[in-house]
Design a protein around this ligand. Structure first.
Ligand SMILES: Nc1ncnc2c1ncn2[C@@H]1O[C@H](COP(=O)(O)OP(=O)(O)OP(=O)(O)O)[C@@H](O)[C@H]1O
Ligand SMILES: [Mg+2]
Length: 324
């Protein structure tokens, strides 16, 4: 059984004609221990998807339709009371700028203690030992346990946020841009740390980022998101060598290798559509260099070709003959 099955998930902010459809018809599954990267431009719905899966959406956000099966149990049908024991212990979320999610008036130790007390019957001594282990695990000297968040650097706070998310050994950790606010050296070190932790503890990760470079290196599979939809999903290696969707191709063109003699950064002309008034047809059509008439008429479905998936009329026409 898959660890997670997201089925035709639609998420909106608000109601009626003013509603923003932030996540549209997203379906995917995640195996135990798998690392899925989700990439896409700002505003495409990445955080909304993370919040919807963990049922942390705040008003006016709401799941309009679809299911989120965690080990077969539909999280969308659970009450807040039923879902609370699962959060942190079965799955957890490191929020975007998670370092700011730490409570500024509580010491680091107290924040760990609160999590343990809410979910376990551990004694104070057991918790103290575990806090030491967890801080060591994310390369922070345990003497920092009695400090307050403002006494830690941004990178250290982010490591604490990651340690908190891993404290109860969840099977799934969703990380929303966990290193975006940090400098590249600290970023590298945290990602290396994450890689080692996964090798030891085998938890599954959904890693949300706008930095395709980071995700390409770490992920088993990558989903490319555009205007609320998954437009492509395949392995990092395949995505790098043969991006299928014109948006993925354009995204890859936005990265430059600083070691190259001639650096050319292409960018993507135009801007994403207004999610309140999405265009008819493919949301990327207005920016796509391969656009055809049909692209303005119908929104393409995510079609499967072997172990790759893509939502594009032009690619579908090309690959239609080799569908498996
Ligand atoms: N509380 C809200 N009320 C109304 N609309 C919202 C709200 N939060 C997000 N949105 C809209 O939902 C869409 C998706 O937002 P989301 O934060 O999920 O994007 P994102 O991909 O995480 O972007 P970023 O990379 O900037 O973090 C955007 O169009 C945004 O304007
Ligand atoms: Mg976000």
């Amino acid at each position: 059984m898959s660890l997670l099955n997201v089925e035709s998930l639609d998420v909106a902010y608000g109601f009626g004609p003013e509603a923003v459809m932030a996540v549209k018809d997203v379906s995917f599954s995640l195996e135990p221990g798998e690392f899925l990267g989700i990439v896409g431009e700002s505003g495409c719905g990445k955080s909304t998807l993370g919040y919807a899966i963990t049922r942390l959406l705040r008003h006016p956000g709401r799941i309009v339709s679809g299911r989120v099966l965690f080990e077969g149990k539909d999280l969308t049908s659970l009450s807040e009371k039923e879902i609370r024991p699962l959060r942190w212990s079965e799955f957890s979320l490191v929020m975007q700028s998670g370092m700011n999610a730490l409570n500024p008036v509580l010491s680091i130790r107290k924040q760990f203690e609160d999590t343990f007390k809410a979910h376990t019957h551990s004694t104070k001594q057991e918790i103290a030992k575990r806090v030491e282990e967890l801080l060591n695990m994310v390369n922070i000297d345990p003497s920092f346990a009695d400090r307050y968040p403002h006494e830690l650097s941004g990178g250290m706070k982010q490591r604490v946020a990651i340690a908190l998310a891993l404290a109860l050994n969840p099977k799934l950790v969703i990380m929303d841009e966990p290193t975006t606010a940090l400098d590249v050296v600290v970023q590298r070190s945290i990602l290396q740390n994450l890689k080692e932790l996964r090798e030891q503890h085998r938890f599954a990760v959904i890693f949300i980022s706008h930095d395709l470079g980071t995700v390409l290196e770490m992920a088993d599979r990558i989903a490319v998101m555009y205007a609320g939809k998954f437009v492509e999903m395949q392995s990092g290696r395949k995505l790098l060598e043969h991006p299928l969707h014109p948006y993925s191709e354009a995204l890859l063109g936005c990265f430059a290798d600083p070691r190259q003699e001639k650096i050319e950064i292409k960018g993507i002309p135009g801007s994403p559509p207004d999610m309140k008034h999405p265009p008819k047809g493919c949301s990327f059509a207005a920016r796509c260099k391969y656009v055809e008439t049909s692209c303005h008429e119908r929104d393409p479905n995510l079609e499967r070709y072997g172990d790759s998936q893509v939502a594009c009329h032009v690619v579908n026409q090309k690959l239609g003959g080799i569908r498996t």
